[in-house]
Design a protein around this ligand. Sequence first.
Ligand SMILES: [Zn+2]
Length: 283
Amino acid sequence: MKPLLIIDAGHGGADSGGGSNHLWKEKDMCLGISRYQFERCKQLGISAALTRYEDETISSGNRAKLVRDSGAQFCLSNHINAGGGDGAEIIHSIHGGKELADIIAVEIKRTGQNVRRTFTRTLPDIQSLDYYFMHRLTGNVRTLIIEYGFADSPLDDVAQLKDNHLQYAEAVIRGFCLFMKHPYEMPKSSVKKEASLLEVLDSERSEIKSFLHLPRHVLRWRVYPPNKQPVKGNEIGFLRPGKFGGLQYQIIDKTLPHVYIIHTRDFGRVQIYAHPNTGATFH
Ligand SMILES: [Zn+2]
């Protein structure tokens, strides 16, 4: 099924992003925002996809292709700005997206973050082409670049982003629902109460050093390609802990709550769902 929305966490892997400072890396904050929005889309019944689930390097060309090939109608590309300003900015294509950008801007303002502007920009010499590759190379997918604030703001963005980035992430989803006329409900637990995704990422990184054990009483265990949603139907195949008296894998990374990246002999790098109630253990 084609997603309605594809969420792009800017940068990743070798590219930390310019919107970094001593408190965070842009790639991590963008991933936190994006995963949060992805989860919220699931809760709200909006079919969504992510360009990356993990701290992964993606070239500009591949990123644009992921968006183009997703079949989505909309893309939200999440970024943190740098350059000494203060406030959020939303950039839409010269070919459209202004209405959605303006609605999202209003929702961001309602959280208390100031919005500098929504705008569009062309290549200096070619007025018919968008300046940013995420607009120029993403085909028919209506893409917004959202800069949530400035990592090097002389005013209040640094404290605001650190504390409130998930509230801004929520505001964007609310704006998207308003634009789509899709029913919106507030998140069940208040966004403030949700652990900051930056802290979650930190704790996840410490989990990554451990081993995942699949007990032998489970005969088949689904595994999924790293770039697909780890849901039934998307599996690339099955591991067979029962056949081997249990199986053990080093955890390479984590993509979603209870979803890990492991390397398997038969399928290479895969995602696996291993909630403690599945019988999986870690050591
Ligand atoms: Zn960026």
